[in-house]
Design a protein around this ligand. Structure first.
Ligand code: ZN
Length: 438
């Protein structure tokens, strides 16, 4: 027997509480925050009778895993993975209008590091599940909950470690929801686009290495490693990668063009998009591969020609463009320079189709009649890459109806991160409906 419940009842308070636990991820020497947050999440689940497990790749780098399969759930359907990370990027308090770990509510918004990325969604999930568990309202299918550590530093001690060492935590899961997507971009009073992330660019961190002949700086010299390296770096850095429109990108652009009643001429995309505010930010780096030189290392004395020189390149490639990316780099750097791959993450992509996608549209529309979902390609990386590597379809779906003038996209990792409290409550209601249909 289920009773009436309010899925959004605790969402504001829980979001504030999570922000107040400073889970700054500084890389390998992070503080106790992730464990404290994980223990709190486990406690919140335990209060409503949901058992969970804390798993640590390293001391303090704690993730939480729970299986929620209450009475009434259809256990014959594969579990839906609902995931969020608990860590945040560090915040420099001097830059902020409020202390970044205060979780204060000012002008109708919760302010603080993580309000946008992504303690907002963590709080929604907890509020909805606690309300439903108390009321005996089972979801349609089993829910696998994972709150991870270390997303912000590449997930080596979080999601990636979980799929490598504890594959059983996602056993049976075929579909997942998490960041980054599901927030509204206002077109008109009666139309809001809700971009759902269906793809992520891949990452290729490269070292360019030039080897020449060491020698005296006063002599003629035709095998100077610095000269060869700098020419290669200049070619890579100034290369104009050809624009490529991937499938999710095309669908997104078509929806934008139709919604705004503009013509999106592929040759003038940048100009047109510039008029569309935060939509341009979202698309910015997803039209082509990119390869930016970021570090240089060479030499030790003014009059010594060094034997070698190296440069770091941060490369990102579109789904389906990996081979072309590496081939182009090889072409650009020429014969005197070689590259080594320092870190590589594949691009990921899933189709914007199927029952889960229909459920997203229906649940958003039930709370916002002007809602229209559209797929999009994300230029960064998320925990989704780890889940995708074990065959799970990942969607960025953390629903929020936002006021038209809030630059939400610009607040990821930015200063004065904040989320309107009524947007959070909206998200909790959408997520609650979603658990009935997904
Ligand atoms: Zn995030």
């Amino acid at each position: 027997m289920s009773v009436e419940y309010k899925p959004e009842a605790e969402v504001v308070q829980l979001c504030q509480e999570l922000i107040r636990i400073d889970t700054s991820n500084f890389g390998s020497d992070s503080g106790p925050g992730e464990r404290l947050a994980a223990e709190r999440v486990a406690g919140l689940l335990d209060e409503v009778g949901i058992a969970s497990e804390l798993l640590e790749a390293a001391p303090g780098r704690t993730s939480v895993v729970a299986h929620w399969e209450p009475e009434g759930v259809d256990a014959s359907i594969s579990p839906l993975l609902v995931h969020g990370h608990l860590d945040v990027v560090p915040a420099n308090a001097d830059d902020w209008s409020v202390p970044p770990f205060s979780g204060e509510v000012v002008d109708g918004c919760i302010w603080g590091r993580g309000a946008v990325d992504m303690k907002d969604f963590d709080a929604m999930v907890l509020s909805v599940i606690r309300a439903r568990a108390r009321a005996g309202a089972a979801p349609r299918r089993p829910i696998r909950l994972i709150f991870t550590a270390d997303e912000e530093a590449g997930a080596r001690l979080g999601a990636r470690w979980l799929v490598e060492k504890h594959r059983e935590v996602v056993e049976g899961c075929q579909e997942a929801i998490g960041e980054v997507g599901g927030f509204s971009l206002t077109v008109r009073d009666d139309l809001r686009l809700y971009p759902i992330q269906t793809a992520e660019k891949g990452m290729a961190w490269l070292n360019l290495i030039a080897e020449g002949r060491a020698g005296h700086g006063s002599l003629r010299h035709d095998q100077n490693a610095i000269t060869a390296l700098s020419a290669a770096v200049a070619r890579v850095g100034s290369y104009q990668w050809p624009r490529k429109i991937t499938d999710p990108q095309r669908a997104f652009l078509e929806a934008v063009a139709e919604a705004f009643e503009v013509d999106l001429d592929p040759d003038q995309l940048e100009e047109t998009l510039a008029h569309l505010g935060s939509i341009a930010r979202l698309i910015g780096a997803t039209m082509s591969n990119t390869a930016n030189p970021t570090m240089l290392t060479a030499g030790y004395k003014h009059n010594v020609i060094p034997g070698n020189a190296a440069a770091a390149i941060d490369g990102r490639f579109l789904p389906g463009s990996e081979d072309e990316f590496y081939a182009t780099i090889a072409d650009l750097i020429g014969d005197q320079v070689r590259y080594e791959v320092v870190a590589h993450n594949p691009s990921v992509e899933t189709q914007f189709a199927g029952a889960l996608v229909e459920a997203m549209q229906a649940c958003l529309e039930a709370e916002d009649p002007g809602a229209q979902t559209v797929p999009y390609l994300f230029s960064g990386g998320t925990d989704g890459k780890a889940w995708h590597s074990v065959g799970i379809r990942c969607f960025g779906f953390a629903p929020l109806r936002l006021p038209p003038d809030l630059d939400f996209v610009g607040m990821f990792h930015g200063v004065d991160e904040r989320v309107p409290t009524d947007s959070l409550e909206f998200g909790a209601r959408v997520l609650d409906r979603f658990l009935d249909r997904a």
